[in-house]
Write a protein of this length. Structure first.
Length: 248
């Protein structure tokens, strides 16, 4: 979370140091329709609910930066509000560590690391936002946005022996802040957003084992993967993104 706060502070600081005497593209915000594209980075996280009957616990230990790209279509509603459609493609990875331990005084005490799992994720995101624009300050204009939409997990892993498998669809809410900057020929914005998924993305162990022709516990590796899968009750996705928008 400290990294997120630092990135937000950078955006706000960059906005505050603009030349207050500059005035570029004074009428561009009054156009009915706006289009653009964006590129940036993301970091994927999970809200994990553990199976209390298991002696394993799963945890995201590190955030690995991923890649984000998308398009923007925006409609001006009035001087302060816009409606935005911004389909995006997020490529990233979850780094999951499984800890082995025991329950003591109603708390899990980790004794050792049971294993690691790197889970790639490729998401097609279809969101709709309402954007509130503040009063323009010379050549910068801060804004806030909020909305939600649907995530489609692209090219999902269907191997039932893997401890973490995703469902294809998820729904989310998202909010963020940004600042638009106006130059003589270009209008761009820096934007930070955070989303929280509504659905349990995890395919539980008992719902996938029956589709496999071979027993999942045929060797030691499969036994360990089965134990890791059984340690998770639900996963709810979280995603932080920092992007550069180029608007026309």
């Amino acid at each position: 979370m400290k990294k997120i706060y630092c990135l937000i502070i950078i955006i706000l600081t960059f906005a505050s140091i603009q030349n207050i005497n500059a005035q570029n593209q004074l009428t561009v915000d009054y156009k009915r329709w706006h289009y653009g594209a964006f590129v940036g980075m993301n970091m994927m996280d999970f809200g994990i609910k553990d199976n209390q009957e298991s002696n394993l616990r799963a945890e995201i230990r590190t955030w690995i930066p991923g890649f984000t790209v998308g398009l923007i279509g925006e409609m001006r509603l009035n001087n302060y509000f816009n409606l935005r459609l911004a389909p995006a493609f997020h490529m990233g990875q979850y780094n999951v560590t499984f800890y082995e331990g025991s329950i003591s005084s109603n708390r899990f005490q980790s004794n050792s690391i049971h294993g690691y799992k790197d889970v790639p994720s490729n998401i097609v995101r279809i969101p709709l936002y309402v954007r509130y624009n503040s009063v323009r300050l010379a050549d910068c204009r801060p804004y806030m946005l909020a909305g939600g939409g649907m995530d489609i997990e692209w090219n999902i892993d269907k191997d039932p022996e893997n401890p973490i498998l995703f469902k294809k669809l998820d729904y989310f809410t998202e909010f963020g802040i940004g600042c638009t900057f106006y130059t003589e020929y270009l209008r761009f914005s820096l934007e930070a957003k955070y989303s929280i998924g509504f659905n349990n993305k995890f395919v539980s162990f008992d719902k996938r084992a029956g589709t496999h022709h071979e027993p999942l516990t045929s060797d030691i590796d499969n036994i360990n993967r089965a134990l890791e899968a059984q340690s998770i009750q639900s996963l709810r996705a979280r995603l932080f993104s920092l992007v550069l928008n180029i608007n026309i």
